[in-house]
Ligand binder design. Structure first.
Ligand code: ATP
Ligand code: MG
Length: 283
């Protein structure tokens, strides 16, 4: 059985659990349980504080884990990364009070900066040739300037609304982060095989999230033109309609290219266009 460590309760928890569920893996979760065995896949889930996940995986207490790259790199454990997972996207940024004039990173020379990420911040300041005093605190970093602890802060930002509501402005981006799947270095052959199976499912889920299944009707003399506009896994499926001279085309399009393709195929004569989500995609 493979042991997976995920965050017990916080910003990574829901997306981590959803990914496992979308992989068709069932388990009984309760807020009181710190450990659960999956019922239809050889996986055991441990629910932990996110800061502890890299250490548990590095020590082999957990075989794999899901954690933010910010925590992983801060703890110097980036070599455990298997792959990025595309959720919990955020950034580590420097911010100063709104009223302070800020021109460049050099303005922070000699200043006090409060953060929960001293290593990432130190590496960034060094790279920029700035010397500042780093005050490591474990939470509520945003209030540091208003209570006189520091002139600047370095903290996680996604929309920036927490900064704004604390009278701060973002001035530098220090590190870009998203959730990552990590694994211990010396997995047994048996566990490696389970991990491969899990990755196969994760990839099918991820591919499907970005793709849409598209169905449309077209006059037969337009099939070639429309087919050329439609990207597809191999080639679009073409089925005759009950109405003479018309066919139905089926294909898969990427969400990012979606609207551009729709406009083009409409102009080329496509009608009755349907777009449906895909649950899993194996190619
Ligand atoms: P724990 O109690 O497990 O230590 P925490 O309070 O340290 O939790 P959370 O705030 O739940 O951590 O954030 C967990 C991770 O989610 C962060 O390390 C970061 O990778 C990511 N994250 C944090 N804030 C955001 C956000 N606003 N949007 C998206 N992802 C975020
Ligand atoms: Mg934490």
């Amino acid at each position: 059985m493979l042991r997976l460590a995920i965050q017990k309760s916080g910003r990574l928890s829901e997306d981590s659990l959803n990914l496992i569920r979308e992989c068709g893996i069932s388990f009984i979760s309760s807020s009181l349980k710190l450990k659960t065995e999956c019922t239809n896949f050889p996986l055991e889930i441990l629910f932990l504080r996110d800061d502890d996940i890299p250490g548990y995986v590095a020590d082999g207490v957990a075989d794999i884990g899901i954690v933010g790259e910010n925590v992983l790199v801060e703890e110097g454990k980036q070599e455990l990364t298997v792959e990025k997972l595309g959720f919990s996207k955020c950034r580590l940024s420097l911010a100063v009070p709104k009223s302070v004039e800020y021109n460049s990173i050099q303005d922070l020379n000699g200043k006090n900066i409060a953060t929960s990420y001293p290593n990432l911040l130190q590496a960034y300041l060094q790279e920029q040739g700035v010397q500042a005093h780093i005050h490591t605190i474990s939470g509520s970093v945003e209030i540091a300037p208003s209570i006189g602890l520091a002139e600047a802060i370095c903290d996680i930002v996604s929309s920036g609304s927490t900064l704004i509501s604390n009278g701060l402005k973002e001035v530098e981006r220090v590190f870009k982060s998203e959730a990552a799947l990590i694994a211990t270095k010396d997995l047994s052959q048996e566990k490696r095989e389970i991990l491969e199976k899990l990755l196969f499912r994760i990839h099918a889920v991820q591919r499907a999230r970005k793709a849409k299944y598209i169905l449309l009707n077209a006059p037969n003399d337009k099939i070639e033109e429309i087919s050329d506009l439609l990207p597809s896994v191999k080639a679009p499926t073409v089925l005759p309609l009950a109405e003479e001279g018309w066919s139905s085309l089926h294909s898969v399009v990427n969400e990012d290219d979606f609207w551009e393709i729709i406009e083009k195929i409409k102009d080329a004569g496509a009608q009755g266009i349907l777009v449906v989500p895909i649950e899993k995609m194996i190619i």
